[in-house]
Design a protein around this ligand. Structure first.
Ligand SMILES: NC(=O)c1ccc[n+]([C@@H]2O[C@H](COP(=O)([O-])OP(=O)(O)OC[C@H]3O[C@@H](n4cnc5c(N)ncnc54)[C@H](O)[C@@H]3O)[C@@H](O)[C@H]2O)c1
Length: 357
């Protein structure tokens, strides 16, 4: 069975999604939408879509399109475009963050439920084979009872600058968000009950007032200790380079994962040392996709066609949003925040975000 599919916002990630979909036998027609005419033309040439438009209302109005990937920036666009797509009865994969406000996330979840639609968030790291392996080894009991999980993620400052110049979201909200998502997935059904976070200033402060790095300690309701560091101040290297180190300990075993991507070393006179295939989404390499976003894109399409569950539920994305929001408040107050958020902390979050925007 084939379906008609659209990608809205064909920048970096949307470009990857569109190229992946253009290669798939599950897609009868690909439609692309992008507000930058030069980029639209570029992706049009690459993917040969059935239609290419500057206005996403053309996607909404086209009843033949059943699956939509929303990959737009700035992040303020996520909620209105996802809302319109869900209201029009389309299955939606939305890049993270699910929304900027918790009530917006709730609205999208309700719309998807009401319309019996598939709705997922692009937490691509669940399709990272190393992280999938960690899930398998925790689920099959190899590690015993999990005791602690540590994730340390560093991104190149060129990407940090790109993100920070379009939206005022912290490294916890924009980077650690991936790690919060997959760690909570690894530890299911445990739930986060407390977060304490601290941030440090450096290169990014004059760019947008943001921390260079944040460390968040999350306590789970079964006592497991989670420590997640996310930063974006590495010197420029392979465009959008990302290095991650993961340590998981349990009562019967431990699993350390080196996802620093230094195992592919390209060295040229022109550019010096480079670590190709080292970005968070990954990249197409001729006939094969190196990384997670390609398989993630197809997994969602198959979930829609075969009526299978999505990998990332929007409810889990909402929990992640609540935790990084609490992390931001914790760093501001220098105090731990209890979860789920109380009315008092929700009010404080609202005051903090209004001040920042
Ligand atoms: N899963 C991952 O590993 C991963 C990695 C990077 C970024 N992301 C997320 O993906 C999203 C996209 O990031 P990116 O780096 O590809 O951004 P980008 O800026 O490269 O691309 C976004 C594109 O959306 C277009 N756009 C904006 N408004 C539009 C509209 N109304 N209609 C059509 N097009 C519109 C922009 O012109 C731009 O080309 C971000 O929200 C980010 O959080 C996820």
């Amino acid at each position: 069975m084939q379906v008609e599919v659209a990608v809205i916002g064909t920048g970096w990630c949307g470009g990857i999604r569109a190229e992946t979909l253009s290669r798939s036998a599950l897609v009868s027609k690909l439609h692309i939408c992008e507000i930058r005419p030069d980029r639209l033309a570029e992706v049009k040439k690459l993917t040969q879509p059935a239609t290419a438009t500057l206005d996403y209302q053309d996607i909404i109005k086209n009843r033949n399109i059943s699956v939509v990937y929303i990959c737009t920036t700035p992040e303020q666009t996520h909620f209105p475009i996802a809302r319109d797509c869900l209201q029009a009865g389309k299955h939606v994969l939305l890049e993270k963050p699910i929304a900027l406000e918790l009530w917006e996330a709730d609205t999208l979840i309700t719309l998807a439920k009401r319309g019996n639609l598939k709705f997922t968030i692009g937490y691509s790291q669940r399709f990272n084979t190393k992280i999938a392996y960690a899930k398998k080894k925790i689920a099959d009991g190899t590690l015993g009872k999990p005791v602690s999980v540590m994730v340390s993620r560093h991104l190149s400052r060129s990407l940090g600058k790109k993100i920070a110049s379009r939206v005022k979201l912290s490294p916890a909200a924009m980077e650690s968000t991936h790690d919060l998502d997959f760690v909570f997935w690894l530890l299911e059904p445990a739930k986060p009950i407390r977060v304490y976070s601290q941030g440090a200033y450096g290169y990014m402060q004059p760019v947008n007032g943001s921390y260079d790095i944040m460390w968040s300690v999350v306590t789970m309701d079964n006592g497991v200790l989670v420590a997640i560091g996310g930063g974006w101040n590495l010197p420029p290297s392979y465009p959008n380079y990302c290095a991650t180190w993961i340590e998981i300990t349990g009562t019967e075993g431990s699993l350390f994962l080196d996802d620093t991507q230094r195992d592919n070393w390209l060295n040229t006179v022109a550019d010096g040392t480079r670590f190709p295939m080292s970005t968070m989404p990954g990249e197409q390499v001729d006939h094969v996709f190196a990384g997670q976003m390609g398989p993630e894109t197809i997994h969602f399409l198959e979930a829609c066609i075969m009526n299978r569950p999505v990998m990332v539920t929007p409810e889990s994305a909402r929990t992640v949003m609540e935790v990084y929001t609490a992390a931001d408040l914790s760093a501001e107050r220098n105090a731990p925040i209890d979860l789920p958020l109380s009315n008092e902390t929700l009010a404080a979050v609202s005051a903090m975000t209004q001040e920042r925007r």
